[in-house]
Design a protein around this ligand. Structure first.
Ligand SMILES: O=P(O)(O)OC[C@H]1O[C@](O)(CO)[C@@H](O)[C@@H]1O
Length: 581
């Protein structure tokens, strides 16, 4: 069969890897996995009865596209009403699964004429909150409070802040707010108490990261003018291609799941996304899906998103590349870079997207494939047990702040210029900044990954400095790298960091807050909350004996990041893998 005739996704690899996947597909066929998934047979993942019950309550994503086709009127009614009332902006307050699909839609489709411009607020960074506020007109802004559980601290803090700001305008504050949440949550109650304009009660049998095609993705999408009916239709087409009546070999979700599962359990566990520029943000969503679903019980797949393509020499044999190629986009450099990687023997999965609405199909296919990969990994792909640890640490730290008026201050192991480093002592002769950082990075082994966790504003300047640092580390150590912004990544790769295999090397980066923002009704500010989250996560990483350091940059962040890149990977140590574009 040629690559063209092969059903999607196409999988290109050496014969040994092809065989692993064929064996995986045979297993899926023999065990009737397609049928059992649609029958919601939770024994596919776990034997424990209680866990099976929990899993059954998380499989609503399988058919939610059908359910939502029936609920379009409710969404359209809201959109028409707010447009008529002159609203021009929407700000989504939400984390992880409650925010990532809306962000992908905004970045992929833009804003249609006459619709609302959408800002997604998924951080406690005070500078970012102020920056969003500066770009909107409060009187013409609709706030979307999105939380499945209704309990998420970031989201509730944002609500308090913006509720107060809107109240200062006078008039009916509730007209500026809608909620998306599960039935019966405290957020639903809060919305009623504050007379929100509307509450979308989401089907409760869907976990956050599987909720793209539910109200969580669709309401914000409709507000910016995305044709959500079309998005759902593409998802439904994918659902029928993945139905139990299809041969497994033609089922894109199962095929992809078999590739992820079979290769992932044989050392190729760094799923490296290469995305056409117009759909590059899809990586944010799929990163959470894979990391939070699979990273637990010491196992897991690492999604690598946003890492620019490099020369073959910078990659180890732990990668699986995935190319989502959007027809008509600027793909030349990616085509070429990937052709070189194929020649070098790297395995590759390809999907062709005819247009941007094909993302509707991709949402569904990746949800199914991730669930199937979970069968290979023998984990529950629908919980996130280790996220709670960081949250609990943060709650304890905030309690202490309430009592004592301050957070604990860590003692730096090194303080040099604008950089302060916190971590374990590295032994004699490693007391200087360079020797210490070198000793820390000397722990990196093939098959590891380096995670940059930056508690700074996601501005263009910071992003390009951090991406440059990331590539320097990859090219020097030839390992996969990730870049996450805190606290956003806590709801994405954060689960895998603590619950997955102990092959991560973690660098937490913090910067000074320019101007803090209060949280009404609390003694702590957003700045304190962010610091408590950063510390809480650091403690959780240490409790799991993960290799970690914190680097605090004082003063000018851009200059500090540049200095840091040079100290972590001095020019003379830089690798040879120049990015191919
Ligand atoms: O929608 P919620 O309940 O606010 O949760 C937000 C995110 O937090 C998590 O529960 C944990 O990180 C994610 O699974 C979820 O997407």
């Amino acid at each position: 069969m040629t690559a063209q005739q092969e059903p999607e996704p196409q999988f290109e690899a050496e014969s040994a890897l092809q065989e692993l996947v064929s064996t995986g597909l045979e297993r899926l066929t023999a065990e009737g996995v397609a049928r059992r998934i649609w029958e919601r047979d939770a024994s596919l993942w776990k034997t424990d009865r209680a866990v099976q019950q929990e899993i059954r309550e998380r499989l609503g994503w399988l058919t939610v596209a059908n359910t939502m086709q029936e609920r379009l009127q409710e969404i359209e009614g809201l959109v028409e009403a707010v447009r008529q009332d002159g609203y021009r902006y929407a700000v989504l307050l939400g984390m992880g699964g409650s925010s990532l699909c809306p962000e992908v839609l905004r970045l992929t489709f833009g804003v249609a004429p006459g619709y609302l411009d959408l800002f997604v607020l998924d951080t406690t960074d005070p500078d970012t909150i102020r920056a969003v506020e500066e770009r909107i007109d409060l009187g013409k802004t609709l706030f979307i409070v999105a939380s499945k559980s209704g309990e998420t601290i970031e989201t509730l803090s944002h609500f308090r802040y913006f509720w107060q700001r809107v109240s200062e305008l006078g008039g009916e504050g509730g007209a500026h707010f809608i909620a998306i949440t599960d039935p019966g949550t405290s957020l639903e109650q809060l919305a009623h108490d504050h007379r929100f304009r509307h509450v979308f009660a989401n089907p409760p049998d869907i976990g956050g990261r599987y909720s793209a095609l539910s109200f969580f993705g669709l309401v914000p999408g409709a507000l910016i003018g995305v044709d959500i009916k079309q998005l759902l239709t593409r998802a439904q087409e994918a659902m029928s291609r993945c139905s139990a009546s299809q041969p497994v070999a033609d089922n894109p979700g199962l095929r992809l799941g078999a590739v992820l599962g079979a290769l992932g359990t044989h050392g190729r566990d760094k799923i490296t996304f290469v995305l056409s520029p117009a759909i590059a943000s899809y990586g944010y969503w799929v990163e959470q899906l894979i990391a939070e679903s699979t990273g637990k019980e010491g196992r897991g797949l690492l999604p690598v998103e946003g890492e620019a393509l490099g020369a073959p020499s910078v990659y180890g044999n732990d990668r699986l590349f995935v190319y989502l190629r959007l027809e008509g986009d600027d793909n030349a450099a990616l085509d070429e870079g990937l052709a070189r990687l194929r020649t070098a023997g790297q395995p590759l999965v390809r999907f062709h997207l005819a247009d941007r609405y094909d993302l509707g199909a991709q949402f569904f296919i990746w949800e199914l494939a991730t669930a199937v990969a979970g069968i290979f990994l023998q984990i529950n792909a629908f919980d996130q047990p280790n996220v709670q640890e960081s949250k609990d640490n943060t709650a304890r730290l905030l309690e202490r702040f309430r009592r004592e008026g301050k957070l604990p201050e860590l003692e730096p192991v090194i303080s040099e210029g604008a950089l302060r480093v916190y971590g374990r002592r590295m032994g004699e002769g490693k007391e200087g900044l360079d020797s210490y950082l070198q000793a820390f990075l000397d722990q990196v082994r093939p098959g590891d990954y380096i995670a940059l966790m930056a508690y700074v504003r996601r501005s263009e300047v910071n992003e390009s400095a951090l991406q440059a640092l990331r590539l320097r580390l990859r090219d020097r150590y030839r390992v996969a790298t990730t870049l996450g912004y805190g606290p956003r990544f806590l709801h994405s790769t954060g689960q895998l960091h603590k619950g997955g295999p102990n092959n991560g090397v973690f660098i937490q980066i913090t910067g000074d807050v320019k101007q803090d923002v209060p949280i009404p009704g609390e003694s702590y500010t957003f700045g304190i909350l962010k610091e408590a989250q950063a510390l809480g996560d650091l403690f959780a990483l240490s409790a799991h004996e993960r290799r970690n350091i914190r680097i605090a940059i004082g003063g000018d962040l851009a200059a500090g990041l540049q200095a840091l890149a040079q100290r972590l990977v001095p020019v003379e140590q830089q690798g040879d893998g120049q990015p191919s574009h």
